[in-house]
Design a protein. Structure first.
Length: 448
């Protein structure tokens, strides 16, 4: 019987295992040193914030794995030996495979800062990071101040977590405005303001230079490139993540930033595949990055690969870009492409609307000549994914999208809706005469 071995029990590895089991009787082994059972990494923050217990973020009951004959191995793979189709574990165990799936995710970036390995310095990625945080920053008496370095999605999550326990936080952000490599300026500015509303000591355009140690090898302060010393008990390093592939260095598997794969998620070695955060596409798919550290793409890769392993060769096709996140109280959604000022292409026009006194805004991107709708970012308004996906497929223009924006709104009926204001501003800025159409459930569900 075929033995499929999967390194990594995150969303990518687990999805592959589940879908192979649905279709075949192959022997399946899942390996990870992090936690015996799969958990939702995206929900780690809610455990620290007290909204959930750790067992609540495990999507499957503990008996699920045995019942589905998915063997779980708690171990860390130190070496892959493709000629002999074997893996070596740190504790000396050897595991043979017929097909191997590498799904080892990411690791937090460290850029060689002096003091980055001191006690009290950590990233936010794994369950172990969460456990460590409970030790270093259980409350504001033990942790008098934290410094979080790196203004991305994980950075702002860590800041929110620490604030939920009233720990004072200094937030060092390299860019001159929060996440402005991704967000257009209006949105980035709104998040800057929202961070300040939460009493965070936000330092824009500020870099970490060094982490200073006390006499016991613990972080006691950071030094910034502005020459300031900030005393702290915790330094959170959240300056991005990169593929977790160091253990593959001498394996003969082609590596770039991640494990190089084609659209079928195949590596250069037969019967070895890579998926999830650790995979790097040879050819980027559309505007997507060759490495994507996103939950749903890991799941999609796992689904596609399971088909291939079960005999139905299937390319990974993620469709239109979408994503969502939360910045404290503000929900963010994006569909299609809305680039930041730095990445914006010449033909890309933006229309930005912001509510005069609430943290609600949106940006619509469209082609300046053809007026084709390219993408939308919304903050504080929930939108329907399926509808934007359809409009992108149908290559609708900006006028159509605005006219039907009420259809896309997913906020409950009793929420205040803003489509009329949005369209009024668009008409005035672009000399247009668009009128909002009444919401139509028939259009929403029947594609009428
Ligand atoms: C705090 C946080 C919040 C996030 N929030 C979001 C969000 O809101 N939305 C979103 O889309 N994405 C989010 N992400 C990103 C998302 O969680 C990842 O894209 C996703 O978990 C990647 O899944 P994966 O299966 O590729 O890898 P992982 O989930 O990283 O799983 C890989 C597993 O492999 C194991 N492993 C690694 N090396 C070895 C080895 N040598 N031997 C054995 N096992 C090994 C690891 O221990 C780990 O358990 C977040 C990430 C973090 C850290």
């Amino acid at each position: 019987m075929q033995h499929i071995v999967i390194i990594g029990n995150g969303i990518a590895g687990v999805t592959t295992a589940r879908h192979i089991r649905k279709k075949t009787d192959y022997r399946i082994t899942l390996i990870s040193p992090e936690n015996d059972y799969f958990f939702s990494r995206t929900a780690l923050m809610y455990v620290y914030m007290g909204h959930m217990k750790f067992e609540h973020i495990q999507p499957y009951e503990n008996w699920f794995w045995k019942k589905n004959r998915i063997e779980l191995v708690n171990g860390y793979v130190t070496k892959v030996d493709p000629p002999n189709k074997k893996l070596l574990l740190k504790d000396g165990r050897i595991i043979a495979y017929d097909s191997l799936v590498i799904a080892t995710g990411s690791k937090s970036n460290k850029f060689g800062w002096p003091g980055q390995d001191l006690q009290g310095v950590q990233g936010l990625y794994s369950k172990q990071d969460l456990d460590l945080l409970e030790v270093t920053a259980p409350d504001k008496e033990v942790c008098k101040r934290a410094v979080v370095v790196g203004g991305g999605l994980i950075g702002i999550e860590l800041v929110e977590m620490l604030r939920s326990r009233k720990i004072p936080v200094t937030f060092l952000v390299r860019e001159k405005s929060f996440w402005n490599g991704v967000l257009p300026q209006g949105e980035s500015q709104m998040i800057n303001e929202h961070i300040l509303e939460h009493h965070i000591d936000l330092r824009l355009a500020t870099n970490l230079k060094e982490i200073l140690s006390d006499e016991n090898g613990r972080a006691k302060a950071v030094l910034t490139d502005k020459g300031e010393t900030i005393a702290c008990n915790l330094v959170g390093l959240t300056a991005g993540v990169s593929p977790n592939i160091d253990f593959l260095k001498d394996s003969g598997i082609e590596l770039g930033k991640g494990v190089k794969v084609n659209r079928f998620l195949e590596t250069n070695i037969e019967n070895i595949y890579a998926i999830g955060d650790c995979a790097e596409q040879h050819q980027a798919i559309g505007n997507r990055k060759p490495v994507e550290a996103v939950w749903y793409t890991g799941r999609m890769m796992g689904e596609a690969l399971a088909q291939t392993i079960c005999g139905k060769k299937t390319a990974y096709d993620p469709g239109h870009w979408f994503n969502s996140a939360k910045f404290f109280d503000i929900e963010y959604q994006t569909y299609g492409w809305v680039f930041s000022e730095a990445d914006k292409q010449e033909f890309e026009h933006h229309f930005h609307w912001r509510h005069p006194n609430e943290n609600i805004c949106l940006t619509l991107a469209f082609h300046s000549k053809s007026k084709q709708f390219l993408g939308i970012n919304t903050f504080g308004i929930r939108m329907r994914h399926e509808l934007f996906d359809r409009w992108l497929n149908e290559e609708r223009n900006i006028g159509y999208v605005l006219e039907h924006l009420k259809d896309a709104n997913f906020d409950p009926e009793f929420y205040r809706h803003h489509e009329e204001d949005i369209i009024r501003q668009y008409n005035s800025e672009f000399g247009a005469n668009i009128k909002a159409r009444k919401k139509s459930w028939q259009r929403i569900f029947n594609n009428a």
